[in-house]
Write a protein that binds this ligand. Structure first.
Ligand SMILES: [Zn+2]
Length: 418
C-alpha cells in the first residue's frame, strides 16, 4: 500500500494550474520556491514535489483531501453485506467501471465490486464522493478498500453499495498486498459448473452472435425517438447528444463442457464475431452471463465492416416495424428477453430438417458444424467434443445421417448447404 496519504502529484499539479491559471511547470517552480523560503534550513522538504504542491496549495487557500489512515479492523467480506448496513468497510476488485448518469441526469460512477465470496453492484455519487473517486484514480481491476459506505436496496440493481457523502473513503491498494486471490482466479469456471447469481469468468468459442440495434443516447443508452446523427437532448439523462446506433449483442459461447448465452450491453464495444475465442467476466443469473468485460483471446483484431453494416440495415427495417419494442430495459425485462432470444437461437438456423427433437449431443454436433461453415473432418469433431466417447459420437453421427440431418463419408461430415 502506498505510504502517502496526500493526493497524486499529477492530480494536484493539473488542478492547481487550472485554478491559479498558470502553466504546470510554473506551479511546480513556485511550490518549490515557497517551501525553500518557508523552511530554509530543511531543503529536503522542497524536493518532495507532492509535499511542496500540497503546502503551496494550502498557502493559496486550496485544501486538497488528505486520506485518513486506515483503521485496523478487518473489512467485511462481500457475502456478509446486508441491506441497511451503514459505515461499511469492504475490500474487493473494481470491475466494469463506467460513468452512467442517473435518471435525474446527475453524474454517477457505477462498477461491480468482487471478492472471493461474491459481488455487489456499487455506485459512486454526490459531489464529494465523485471528487474523492477522481483523486484516487481507480482503474479497471484495481483492488480497493472502501470505508464508510452504505448498503441499500435499489429498484434497478437490487442490493447496492453506495459510495456517497463526506466521510466515505476509497483507497487504491497494490495487487500483491491484498489478502485476496488474484482477480483472474475469482469466479473462473467451466460453463457446465456455473452457479446461479455468481460472478463468473469463462473462456469459450463464440458459436453464435446476434445483434440487436436501436437509436440511442451515447451517454446513458436510453432509446431516442429520432434518427442516427440527429442532435437532441436526451430526456432521461438530460445530456445534449448526437443520437447513435447502440447495440445489444447476444452471444452463444461454448467450451468443451457446455454452451451458455452471453448478453453484451451497449458500450462494451466487444467487436466479437463467430469463431472468436473470448474471455468473459460477468454475472451469471437465470442461465445468462451478463457481461461486465469481454476480451478476445483468439480472432482477428478488427472485423471487416461490411457484414456488420448489412446487419444493421436489416435490423433498422425490423425496428421500423416493431418501434415500441426496444425500450430501456429493467434487468428483469432483459432476462426475459434474453430467454426468448436464447429460444430463438437454439431453434433457428438448422433448417427444416429439424422438425424432430434433437438430443443434446446432436445439437452440439450441429452447432460445431455450423461454426466451421458446415464442413468438418471427423477427427476434428472428435477433437472438439472430447467430453463424449468416440463410439458414442460415431453412433450418433450414423443416426443423424439416417435422419437426413448431415451427410458423412469415411473422413468428413457436412451439411446439405455446404
Ligand atoms: Zn441519455
Amino acid at each position: 500500500m502506498s505510504k502517502s496519504l496526500l493526493p497524486e502529484k499529477d492530480y494536484m499539479l493539473s488542478e492547481l494550474a487550472k485554478r491559479l491559471k498558470l502553466k504546470e511547470s510554473t506551479v511546480l517552480k513556485k511550490a518549490k520556491k515557497y517551501m525553500k523560503e518557508k523552511y530554509p534550513d530543511r531543503p529536503e522538504l522542497a524536493k518532495d514535489d507532492r509535499l511542496a504542491l500540497f503546502m503551496f496549495a494550502l498557502s493559496n487557500g486550496i485544501e486538497f483531501r488528505v486520506r485518513t489512515p486506515l483503521p485496523a479492523a478487518e473489512p467485511k467480506k462481500i457475502a456478509e453485506l446486508e441491506v441497511g448496513q451503514k459505515n461499511v468497510e469492504v475490500l474487493g476488485y473494481a470491475v466494469g467501471i463506467a460513468e452512467r448518469p442517473t435518471a435525474k441526469g446527475t453524474r454517477q460512477i457505477i462498477f461491480t465490486l468482487v471478492d472471493d465470496t461474491g459481488y455487489v453492484h456499487t455506485r459512486v455519487w454526490g459531489e464529494n464522493a465523485l471528487k474523492m473517486w477522481e483523486e484516487v484514480g481507480v482503474e479497471e481491476g484495481d483492488p480497493i478498500l472502501i470505508t464508510g459506505a452504505v448498503v441499500d436496496e435499489l429498484q434497478a440493481s437490487g442490493k447496492t453499495l453506495k459510495i456517497l457523502g463526506q466521510y466515505v473513503e476509497v483507497v487504491k491498494l497494490e495487487k500483491d498486498e491484498v489478502d485476496l486471490p488474484p482477480l483472474e482466479e475469482i469466479g473462473k469456471a467451466k460453463i457446465a459448473e456455473l452457479e446461479d447469481n455468481t460472478f463468473v469468468q469463462i473462456e469459450g468459442l463464440v458459436v453464435r452472435a446476434d445483434v440487436r440495434s436501436y437509436v440511442g443516447c451515447p451517454e446513458c443508452d436510453s432509446k431516442l425517438p429520432c434518427d442516427v446523427g440527429e442532435a437532441v437532448t436526451c430526456e432521461r439523462c438530460g445530456s445534449d447528444v448526437v443520437a447513435t446506433e447502440r447495440q445489444w449483442m447476444l452471444l452463444v459461447v461454448s467450451d468443451t463442457t457446455g454452451d451458455v448465452g452471453v448478453r453484451v450491453p451497449p458500450g462494451l464495444n466487444a467487436n466479437v464475431a463467430i469463431g472468436d475465442i473470448i474471455r468473459v467476466m460477468g454475472i451469471y443469473s437465470n442461465e445468462i452471463v451478463r457481461a461486465i468485460s469481454i476480451r478476445k483471446v483468439y480472432g482477428p483484431e478488427s472485423k471487416s465492416e461490411e457484414p456488420k453494416v448489412i446487419r444493421i440495415e436489416e435490423k433498422k427495417e425490423e425496428r421500423e416495424e416493431e418501434k415500441e419494442e426496444v425500450e430501456v430495459e429493467t434487468p428483469e425485462e432483459i432476462v426475459e428477453e434474453v430467454e426468448e432470444e436464447i429460444e430463438e437461437v437454439t431453434s433457428e438456423g438448422e433448417g427444416e430438417a429439424l422438425e424432430t427433437e434433437l438430443t443434446a449431443v446432436e445439437q452440439r454436433i450441429l452447432t460445431v458444424l455450423e461454426t466451421y461453415g458446415g464442413l468438418l473432418q471427423k477427427s476434428e469433431l472428435f477433437g472438439i467434443l472430447t467430453d463424449y466417447k468416440k463410439d458414442e459420437l460415431e453412433k450418433t453421427l450414423q443416426s443423424m445421417k439416417e435422419k437426413g440431418l448431415i451427410n458423412m463419408d469415411e473422413s468428413e461430415i457436412w451439411t446439405e448447404s455446404s
